[in-house]
Design a protein around this ligand. Structure first.
Ligand SMILES: C[S@@+](CC[C@H](N)C(=O)[O-])C[C@H]1O[C@@H](n2cnc3c(N)ncnc32)[C@H](O)[C@@H]1O
Length: 276
């Protein structure tokens, strides 16, 4: 993606979460405060076109109808809500199982670290994103009051090896069990880059580390939509069927959970891999 500007897809995921909260069933299912916090983070980022007016339009009934259309075509509305719940559940389960560090890759305007860091003071939380997106997120995090156990790192994961980035991060401990989240990220990376992320995570984490991730299933079925993504500079670059996950993530990892695809039209499915 173009590195000099804030990720449109990260903003879009934020808008989806805010709109989803307008649906009664999701109001009950989403973690408390998630939608309002996302809204504050996007406003604080100060990105042109993503002000209060846009956020209000985003919740109108006609906007929700457009989102519903995108749900029926590609599973991108309720599907994103399911993805958020999946990642939350996997992080909580990993902490319960002993993870002492949470690392969210390509964090965008996600709220997981901000919400969970105060609840788990003995766990360290880290987010990595492209410099422009990370800087925009940092404004909102400062405004919310950055938890002492939460750290933001700015880097392009295709340019700097993750283990190099983490090993020079003073508070990161490469020997302890961790949980890494890659939500809505791998579809934007080429297959080789996904393999590299898994190799790099293995190189900077302790035994029993898990990666909770989403992945495209068959991007070639969405040629028109992907042409649109290319226009905004964030094309989908890789996908893989559930059965092919071992080759997609590479050696040294076991797939321990698979979720979805929830329908034949879903763009993504989710999974958890554990370090062997
Ligand atoms: C679709 S957004 C998902 C954001 C967030 N994970 C969520 O689901 O709310 C993709 C995110 O990955 C980040 N990203 C994409 N390629 C990246 C790279 N090479 N290095 C670091 N971040 C990257 C983008 O900046 C963006 O924030």
């Amino acid at each position: 993606m173009k590195s000099g500007r804030v990720s449109h897809t990260a903003l879009k995921v934020g808008l989806i979460m805010i709109a989803l909260y307008e649906k009664q069933e999701w109001k009950l299912r989403l973690p408390q405060g998630l939608a309002a916090l996302t809204e504050r983070l996007i406003l604080a980022a100060g990105v042109f076109g993503y002000g209060r007016r846009m956020l209000n339009l985003n919740k109108k009934p006609w906007a929700l109808r457009l989102y519903e259309r995108s749900e029926s075509k590609m599973g991108i509305f309720d599907g994103v809500g399911e993805r958020k719940l999946f990642m939350d559940e996997q992080v909580l389960a990993a902490i319960e199982a002993g993870a002492k560090q949470v690392l969210v890759l390509g964090a965008g305007f996600d709220t997981l670290c901000l919400r969970l860091a105060p609840q788990f003071p003995h766990v360290k939380f880290f987010e990595v994103d492209h410099p422009a997106t990370s800087a925009a997120k940092a404004k909102g995090v400062r405004q919310e009051g950055q938890p002492q156990n939460m750290h933001l790192l700015a880097a392009d994961l295709t340019e700097i090896p993750l283990s190099e980035l983490m090993n020079k991060t003073e508070r990161w401990d490469s020997g302890v069990r961790s949980v890494v989240v890659a939500e809505g990220l791998f579809i934007y990376l080429k297959e080789e880059a996904v393999l590299q992320v898994f190799r790099e995570v293995a190189a900077c984490t302790g035994p029993g580390t898990r990666v909770a991730f989403s992945h495209g299933i068959s991007i070639k079925e969405y040629r028109f939509e992907n042409a649109m993504m290319r226009l905004i500079g964030e094309p989908w670059l890789s996908s893989c069927k559930n059965a092919d996950l071992p080759g997609y993530i590479g050696p040294g990892w076991s797939v321990i959970a698979i979720h979805g695809p929830s329908s034949r039209r879903s763009l993504e499915a989710f999974a958890v891999a554990e370090k062997r």
